[in-house]
Design a protein around this ligand. Structure first.
Ligand code: FAD
Length: 356
């Protein structure tokens, strides 16, 4: 068993930002802190985004702390560009990332420390920064008849790109950016597309300024303060209207129907009798935080969420959540990593070997 001051779980933007700031605040790689990441490569969730998500299409990306975003072609796959960027980052700042290490559970130890159990052993630690994101917990709504649908069903998590839907009748479900991106590219070669969202989508013509960003974050932060499951920040910012979307709207691609009530073997059905025949349904219905490994710590409130004071869990001050709720964006992840590191430096004051 290794003993360290801080274990960071997850090596995406939030985990690497935490690592960068822990180093800057005197935690030594190794005895001071370690990052455990179960992904095969650097890049966090970006390494497994769908192949046709181009670098130029991920607007609003914030660079990792202390760097600028790579100057790469807009047409290159975002997964490729960002994987290389994250790998360089880990190397440049000499961050102690152990990979692939799958964290299975975090438990309280009898001596007041925490035990981080993984497939590569156990780490004994004074604090955990949890940065496990949402990508690995896709959310699928349950709809009557869903299991009997004879066509293909795929979630954004495993969306293969538009080629798989060429010549087919496709229903895309979801009101976020991913849904629109899928819809636009599938519409180019599908026989027919239908867009379905629970609420009418909100298109945003105006630029998304800092004040609007703060308002969106405040909405999510308020839910987290009340112990409710967070919504994604991206889901409350509205859909930025692009030139491509304007053209698609003129062609009727963005005409939207409310959520259907049932599925049959060959399509989707509304209670008012409307029926749309479909060969495939693409569920762009979002993600939930990856937190099962924290269950032994009983951090959840009756409302289902984890209450935070800044990044610190109200129910256990040894645990920080970064990239969660209001910090689930690239800029939020950067800030949360810094906040967690500043607080842990104050609370733990690393010394001896743990100090750089
Ligand atoms: P991740 O990048 O998911 O990293 C989590 C890491 O933890 C992964 O490496 C994973 O392997 C690891 N992990 C998980 N569980 C374990 C475990 N048990 N043990 C060990 N390791 C584990 N934000 C923006 O600001 N701008 C955008 O344009 C934008 N576009 C987006 C597009 C899509 C399709 C999606 C889904 C999100 C987008 N976001 C965007 C949100 C943004 O990607 C994330 O909020 C941000 O990257 C946060 O990263 P993270 O470190 O929290 O999580």
């Amino acid at each position: 068993m290794d003993t360290v001051e801080v274990v960071v779980i997850g090596g995406g933007q939030a985990g690497l930002s935490s690592a960068y700031h822990l180093r800057r605040r005197g935690f030594a790689p190794g005895p001071g802190f370690v990052v455990l990441d179960h992904a095969p490569h650097p890049g966090g969730a970006w390494q497994s985004r769908w192949p046709t998500l181009r670098y130029g299409a991920v607007h609003g990306l914030h660079p990792l702390p202390g760097t600028v975003l790579p100057d790469a072609g807009a047409q290159r796959p975002s997964s490729e560009v960002l994987r290389a960027y994250f790998a360089r980052y880990e190397e440049t700042f000499d961050l102690p990332v152990r990979r692939p290490v799958d964290v299975r559970a975090v438990r309280p130890a009898v001596d007041g420390r925490l035990l981080v159990e993984s497939d590569a052993g156990i780490w004994r630690t004074r604090a955990v920064v949890n940065a496990t994101g949402t990508w690995e917990r896709p959310f699928w709504p349950r709809v009557p008849g869903q299991a009997g649908f004879a066509g293909q069903q795929v979630h954004t998590r495993h969306y293969p790109g538009p080629g798989a839907f060429s010549g087919r009748r496709v229903v895309v479900v979801g009101g976020g950016t991913s849904a629109v991106q899928h819809l636009l590219e599938i519409a180019g070669s599908a026989a027919e597309t239908t867009w379905v969202t629970r609420r009418p989508p909100r298109f945003r013509e105006e630029a998304f300024d800092a004040a609007a960003g703060r308002r969106a974050v405040a909405l999510v932060a308020d839910r987290v303060r009340r112990g409710l499951p967070p919504q994604s920040v991206v889901s409350v910012t509205g859909l930025p209207m692009t030139e491509e979307m304007r053209r698609a709207r003129e062609r009727g691609v963005l005409d939207r129907l409310p959520m259907f009530d049932r599925m049959t073997a060959n399509g989707v059905v509304w209670d008012d009798g409307r029926f749309v025949e479909a060969d495939a349904v693409v569920w762009a219905t979002g993600f939930r935080p990856v937190l099962d490994h924290l269950a032994p710590l009983h951090l959840r409130e009756p409302g289902g969420g984890i209450r935070l004071e800044g990044t610190r869990a109200v129910r256990d001050a040894r645990v920080h959540l970064v990239g969660y709720g209001p910090s689930a964006s690239t800029i939020g992840a950067d800030r949360a990593g810094r906040e967690a590191a500043v607080e842990l430096a104050g609370a733990l004051a690393p010394s001896g070997d743990a100090r750089r």
